[in-house]
Design a protein around this ligand. Structure first.
Ligand SMILES: [Zn+2]
Length: 269
């Protein structure tokens, strides 16, 4: 049998769509990039769907009709390289939130239509114009990581010395936790850098308000006897303030001067 005369079905008509996305189509893509996605896979899928839905609309079909179709050739569709690049870079930045920038970028590049060069098509702005970036930047200098570890170790020492149920430990732990929370709940877009500033204190430079310190303020030993307001300073007992009552007795220190120092971390301008 002559293979040249083997009857075959006629080749399917290939529709080629090659055009820029319109402004309104780009608005939808932008919205898909910035809406809440469950993860990088969902983000990529939503963006690819928006792009192909736009290109397929003239054929009266949606991407959903084709997504799992093995014969669907993405390279029959193309958008200008300016738009293509803007989509990939914006999605990659967005996926950075999940630590998935590289994989999301590669998945997206494989799933998007092809691109063609058309210098007349401007690069669209796909970042959010009026809202804030997704990321809070916190950089920690190498020396500051040692200080952070020292602060954590200080809390462990306080727990060992006074117990985790003690006020001395709990006040310190709560104040440390508060300062860390304030650091990482800085306004999105803020960029903070953490520097060491003494054995248990840190210096935070910010791009919005200048700088502030996270300073460990040690608590001086005080007498625990009711009605006595003596505090120890430089090895001497003295009134806690000018008119404070100090009983003439053997004071009972709240904690030894030579143990781990209780105290609290405070933000100071
Ligand atoms: Zn006393």
């Amino acid at each position: 049998m002559n293979p040249w005369f083997t009857p075959t079905s006629p080749p399917p008509t290939v529709t080629v769509v090659r055009r820029p996305l319109s402004d309104s189509e780009l608005d939808i893509v932008r919205a898909r990039i910035h809406e809440d996605a469950a993860g990088p896979y969902e983000l990529v899928d939503a963006v690819v769907t928006a792009v192909f839905d736009a290109l397929l609309t003239d054929q009266g079909v949606t991407y959903r009709d084709h997504r799992d179709d093995a014969l669907f050739d993405r390279n029959n569709y193309a958008i200008p390289v300016t738009q293509w690049t803007a989509i990939v870079t914006t999605v990659t930045d967005r996926a950075y939130t999940w630590g998935a920038a590289a994989s999301a970028g590669m998945n997206l590049a494989a799933l998007l239509p092809a691109s063609y060069d058309d210098p007349a098509v401007p690069t669209p702005l796909l970042t959010l114009v009026d809202t804030q970036p997704h990321l809070v930047r916190l950089d920690i200098s190498r020396d500051a990581t040692a200080t952070v570890a020292a602060c954590q170790q200080h809390l462990v020492d306080l727990a060992d010395a006074y117990g985790t149920d003690s006020d001395l430990y709990r006040v310190a732990a709560a104040s440390w936790s508060l300062q860390l929370t304030a650091l990482i709940s800085a306004p999105p877009g803020a960029h903070r850098v953490l520097h060491p500033d003494g054995p248990l204190s840190l210096y935070v430079s910010t791009d919005d308000a200048g700088h502030y310190g996270i300073v460990f303020d040690p608590l001086a030993p005080h007498c625990t006897v009711e009605g006595c307001h003596a505090v120890a300073a430089d090895g001497q007992w003295q009134p806690s303030h000018r008119d404070a009552t100090v009983i003439d007795h053997e004071h009972q220190p709240s904690h030894p001067a030579d143990g781990p120092q209780p105290g609290r971390w405070e933000a100071r301008p």
